[in-house]
Ligand binder design. Structure first.
Ligand SMILES: Nc1ncnc2c1ncn2[C@@H]1O[C@H](COP(=O)(O)OP(=O)(O)OP(=O)(O)O)[C@@H](O)[C@H]1O
Length: 800
């Protein structure tokens, strides 16, 4: 083993990046901190927390002599988990190689074989869900089947069929009245889809928040509605349990139960260390899992997080668990040495003006300060050199002007001669990196990436900034594509409609079977739109037309007549195969990065249906009743869920997006990422102080998420802790954290964009992102004598 005092020297010699940039003093303290004393690291953005966590895990291997398989490291997203694993493997292998070539002197017997015995691949890392799934599979009793993890849309299908309908949810005015408190509009759910969404959130919350359901259904107002929801939860669980099916919440719950029953001792007996990244987004159930592991083992504990970057309250994340971690650990795991706290505040990502901007942003609202870890972490300190560019702002009279000017800006930077910024001192030219810089170095971040605003009545929906940018970038010569696969629902994407409509036309040519399935009007309407789009598309005779055209192929399918002479129509035709055959006429789904994301969502829906649908996503031939039923099952279990917009895309399947594309993403998606140029859309939607959009900028009441937390507070242990801040305060806290994450993503350039009414001196459009405080004061504004200026006079932006 390596002496602790040599470890930093070892990593500096073994890993090239640490030769150039050795760990700073705070990072070193975190890496070297005693493995016996629990460690909490409060780490600002870009301060190297992932780097530190990986180095600490490697130190436990090379200094303590623990094996990678004895070390559990969890993080929040799959992307972060991949990044963590990649760094562990790369740096771990380099250290091994270095030690093989340079064993410490005097060399001890067995050193070489010890090094060889370390299998860096065997760290137990991933999201907590993926680790639970793996352990429940590998450490189960011989009589227990492996868990079957169900996708969101499958879970919702089961919820509707086996819980909501049997419990008469569609027909329960008392429930409607209760759910009104948690709907988008504050009135009874507008449609069944919204009702399913709220019920699903409740069922997940019951599990994540460890709700006492007996108490919940027996107390307070809305008793009938609560009883109904508790019964739905019971029916849902019963059905899931019977097939050993689990959604993510049930997976974690089952894992906790197994731990508590001491049925995972092969796992717990082996653990020496537990390291948790992004702890600020932990929920109460996950906290229980961590505490139970600590109660049953002697594992060394390290948690890392940033309370200012907690974003997932709507999924049960409870930042207070991180804020109050010290007391909570003592309470639940009393026999440990007292927690040691370290701060990482040196920022290696962003230029000094950007760091100054997000530092002042997070301190802007006095009311927010008590929601932070106490004492709040010191100001973040920029370590990067400046480039002379202050934080920029592009605000225009209307959204069309904004889209046009933003497009020109991007063009100048990435294809043109650069954009000169007159800073008042030396002008600075913003230009792409000369070594392959491209549009992928910039990103547009927004609270939502929807390309269209919600539709009201028959009017066509308004185009939002992402849509206008897509259009104007496409009009450039040569044209630029965006990457925004979440911008529209897949049911609305023309190529997806061509594919799904062709599938429908193949399996149920005249729609006779579709007509016999009980579907709500919206999915019915979509199935018909898809068919029309597919017919229109087939009529264009898309290539290839050899050996047969798309239309011929569809006809052959409708008649179930093989196109190859002497071939018999198979008795079972997998729908996935039909899907991939049709793609030969729709190459965008195969070749285009957005197309690939859509195709993955469709094929995932088909593959998932194979796990629960009666005909396992096959179309049967030769058994009359089964022939029809297999088609009906495919429509009901695959196509209808897509038509109802319950199948989600997963853009994480794309490891690399072509760098010539301009990415557009939500602030949530950008968590943990960094880009040279970050454009934050703070106000392209806000032309007036409309009450409907206040919750996105300056709430005047708690949102549905906070309302649900408050409603459930009396029935869970975490409730009172959350309620130390009011629902309204928590709504403000969430918005502040959201924009803090956005503002801390850039390396070189941060630009806020929007339409300019919100920057007017006399504006009534208040917005947390533009410096308003929750008490109604605006820090970007100072009083003036005489006539008020047009624009606010104290904003910290260089307007371009
Ligand atoms: N000591 C150091 N010297 C120079 N650069 C460093 C140092 N530590 C980390 N960095 C760099 O800082 C950047 C941020 O590191 P990392 O990705 O580990 O940050 P993070 O704290 O996880 O970020 P966030 O919380 O914002 O997602 C990386 O580019 C990393 O290489």
């Amino acid at each position: 083993m390596i002496p602790l005092s040599d470890f930093v020297l070892l990593i500096r010699s073994a890993v090239p990046r640490f030769q150039r940039n050795p760990p700073n003093a705070q990072q070193e303290s975190c890496i070297l901190h005693s493995s016996d004393v629990p460690l909490m690291i409060v780490a600002g953005p870009g301060s190297g927390k992932t780097t530190v966590l990986v180095m600490r895990a490697l130190r436990l291997v090379f200094v303590e002599g623990w094996m990678p398989e004895q070390i559990v490291i969890t993080t929040f997203t799959r992307k972060a988990a991949d990044e963590l694993r990649a760094r562990l493997i790369e740096w771990g292998l380099r250290i091994k190689d270095h030690l093989r070539e340079n064993p410490p002197l005097p060399t001890t017997a067995g050193f070489g074989s010890w090094i060889d015995s370390i299998d860096i691949n065997r760290f137990v890392t991933g999201t907590l869900d993926s680790i639970c799934e793996e352990l429940l599979t590998t450490h189960r009793d011989p009589t227990d089947p492996a868990p079957v993890l169900v996708e969101g849309f499958v879970g919702n299908g089961i919820l509707v069929r086996h819980a909501l309908f049997p419990n008469q949810v569609h027909n329960n005015p008392a429930l409607d009245a209760y759910l009104a408190g948690f709907s988008f509009s504050g009135t009874a759910p507008a449609n069944f889809g919204e009702k399913i969404g709220i019920c699903r959130t409740f069922l997940d919350r019951f599990v994540h928040d460890l709700i006492d359901l007996n108490n919940y259904q027996g107390t307070g107002n809305h008793r009938e509605a609560r009883q109904c929801l508790a019964e739905c939860s019971a029916s849902y669980r019963q059905f899931m349990a019977a097939g050993y099916r689990m959604d993510f919440a049930l997976l974690e719950e089952t894992f906790l139960q197994r731990l508590q029953q001491r049925r995972l001792q092969r796992f717990t007996n082996n653990i020496r260390a537990l390291l948790v990244d992004e702890y600020q987004d932990t929920n109460p159930l996950q906290e229980q899992i961590y505490f139970t592991i600590l109660q049953q083992t002697n594992a060394s504990l390290t948690i890392v997080g940033d309370d200012d970057q907690s974003l997932y309250r709507f999924r049960g994340a409870t930042v207070e668990l991180f804020r109050d971690f010290q007391q909570r650990l003592i309470q639940h795991v009393p026999n440990r040495p007292q927690l040691h706290l370290e701060y990482l505040i040196d920022n290696y990502r962003s230029t000094p003006p950007i760091v100054a901007f997000f530092n002042s942003f997070i301190q802007n609202d006095d009311s927010f300060q008590s929601a932070r870890v106490q004492p709040p972490k010191p100001q973040i300190v920029a370590q990067r050199q400046g480039n002379g560019v202050p934080v920029l702002g592009m605000f225009r009279r209307n959204i069309n002007d904004l889209a046009r000017d933003l497009t020109n800006f991007l063009w100048d930077v990435f294809r043109g001669p650069g954009r000169v910024i007159n800073t008042g001192r030396e002008p600075v030219t913003l230009i792409r990196d000369q070594n392959g810089g491209d549009f992928g170095d910039a990103v547009l971040l927004s609270h939502t990436v929807n390309e269209f605003a919600a539709q009201f009545g028959e009017q066509s929906p308004r185009e939002r900034l992402p849509r206008l940018l897509r259009t104007s970038l496409a009009q450039l010569q040569p044209s630029i594509d965006v990457f925004n696969p979440r911008g529209r629902l897949i049911r609305d994407i023309p190529v997806v409609q061509q594919l799904l409509g062709s599938i429908l036309n193949c399996i149920d040519g005249n729609g006779a079977l579709q007509g016999t399935i009980l579907l709500r009007s919206e999915p019915q309407r979509y199935l018909n739109i898809w068919r029309q789009e597919a017919n229109r598309f087939a009529a264009t005779n898309p290539p290839p037309s050899n050996p047969h055209t798309l239309m011929d192929f569809v006809h052959a399918w409708q008649n179930r007549t093989p196109q190859v002479i002497n071939m018999q129509w198979p008795s079972e035709w997998p729908l996935l195969e039909l899907c991939f055959k049709l793609i030969s006429w729709i190459p965008m789904l195969r070749d285009d990065p957005e197309g690939q994301v859509y195709l993955e969502a469709v094929s995932r829906a088909i593959a998932q249906a194979a796990t629960f649908s009666p005909y396992r996503s096959n179309i049967i031939r030769g058994h009359n009743q089964h022939e029809d039923n297999s088609v009906k099952a495919a429509i009901r279990d695959i196509l209808a869920p897509i038509a109802e917009a319950t199948v989600d895309v997963d853009e994480a399947i794309m490891p690399n997006i072509p760098r010539s594309r301009f990415p557009i993403m939500t602030i949530h998606q950008a968590k943990g990422l960094e880009f040279p140029i970050v454009i934050v859309d703070v106000a392209s939607d806000y032309t007036r102080n409309h009450p409907k959009n206040r919750f996105r900028r300056f709430p005047d009441g708690p949102s549905s998420v906070q309302n649900m937390e408050d409603d459930l507070a009396p029935f869970c242990q975490i409730g009172p802790l959350r309620q130390t801040r009011t629902g309204l305060q928590r709504s403000f806290d969430d918005l502040i954290r959201l924009y803090y994450v956005a503002y801390s993503r850039p390396e070189s350039v941060l630009m806020l964009v929007g339409v300019d009414p919100c920057l007017r001196y006399q504006t009534t459009i208040r917005h947390v992102a533009t410096g308003w405080k929750s008490d109604g004061a605006w820090s970007w504004k100072t009083p003036v004598a005489g006539r008020a200026p047009a624009l606010v006079n104290n904003h910290p932006l260089l307007l371009i």
